[in-house]
Design a protein around this ligand. Sequence first.
Ligand code: GLU
Length: 488
Amino acid sequence: MSQKQIRVRFAPSPTGKLHIGNVRTALFNWLWARKHDGRFILRIEDTDRERSERQWETSIIKDLRWLGLDWDEGPDGTPDGVGDFGPYRQSERLSFYQEAAQRLIKDGQAYYCYCTTEELTRRRKQQLASSQAPKYDGRCRKLTAQEMSAHEARNINPSLRFKIEGDKLEFNDRIKGKLEFDLAAFGDFVIMRADGWPTYNFAGAVDDSLMNISHIIRGEDHISNTPKQLLLYQALGYEAPCFAHLPLILDHDNKPLSKRDWCSSVNNYRQAGFLPPAIINYLALLGWSPRGEEIMGLDKLMDRFSLDDVGRSSAIFDIKKATWVNSQYIRKLGVSELTELCLPYLKQDTRFTETVAQADTEWLKQVIEAVQPELDTLDKVTEHAAFYLYDNIEPLLEAEQPDISAEAIKLVKALAEKLNEIEQLTAENVKQLIQQLKTESGATGRKLYMPIRLAMTGQAHGPELVELIPLLGKKRCLQRLHQMLNWL
Ligand code: GLU
């Protein structure tokens, strides 16, 4: 017997930027599909006409593409490996919802409701005032033909409500286990608005069925929608998919990660220089536990990922850990690729735009290689590579009062003279040279190294002088030593 194909979907509403929590949802769906040789579908849920905007759809798609979360089909068919193909958009599928709505009316499972927004709000307030849980009171369920004509005569466009029957509903969530709902708490709910557009629950249920979705993997904030959707599948004669509700992502104060939080926006990661595979790797760990090594590329993730290892409890977003994961990926990059990725950050920094433009590529690569272990995000390259690329060291001075004693001046002068005599600086001859300085001046430790380091980098700490000096090269070193003498 052939097993049913795994088909999952990511269904964002284009009402704002892609939130990192939604990326995690997209990722778990994507991994589940990829692992099982299934299909991953992107469906834009744009039936909220007031809040949906095409610019948000574009931005969501850009983020998904940047992260490498590709989808497998669209309204124009399946990809042939050439060019783009669009996502499904609910706004382009209205006829499917209208057809399903007509079926429900015909079967007596949905009815027109002529209550106006004002009437509904008033009744809701009354219910709240008398300590009742607010729900639709069902008054349009049994309208006579005469009453309906009277409403029509008032020119009221009706909405369409789904009739809730039964008392209890339960389902087995793949992650949360058995969940039970008291249907008495739900009033008959709107499935088509008065303007002829479907509501989220209705459009989603119709699409999930028509698209043969096998698993609905989404945030647990959607658990409360599930009973309504299950009732709709049943009423429409569709088989219900398997539900897997993912634990929430919380911030350090145990509050759901807010849209205003820096960590929630994909664009912030892109700008700071996070690498897509690092974000993917970190997000995979939010709620899912790999039982073992945590750093793993896509292939391993696909291989190991399982809904069975997704926990029930909320996950805390830890930007420090995300940054650490990113540093691990930066370390693995080859120097050419890393240099390419760092260049935009360097070029943007007006302090070295010119140096970078004129720099020899091989030399630039050596600089990037030297700072590679220090980078946890790419944007830090401007900070760590500054003293290589920025010849005016004085503004970089870390020590408020650099050690510029008479001995230090003598040392710097002596070093300049010695450097002048060497043709090509190497780790070896720089080592000898420093040794000579030590013997001649009698200075050791901090007294010996600090003036040189300050002159070369402006920083109290940094790479070994024997590595730094050859990399800076003779011309730059001399220029910096003379510059230091001018500070005095
Ligand atoms: N459009 C819904 C959202 O963005 C999708 C929920 C679902 O996956 O069913 O939250």
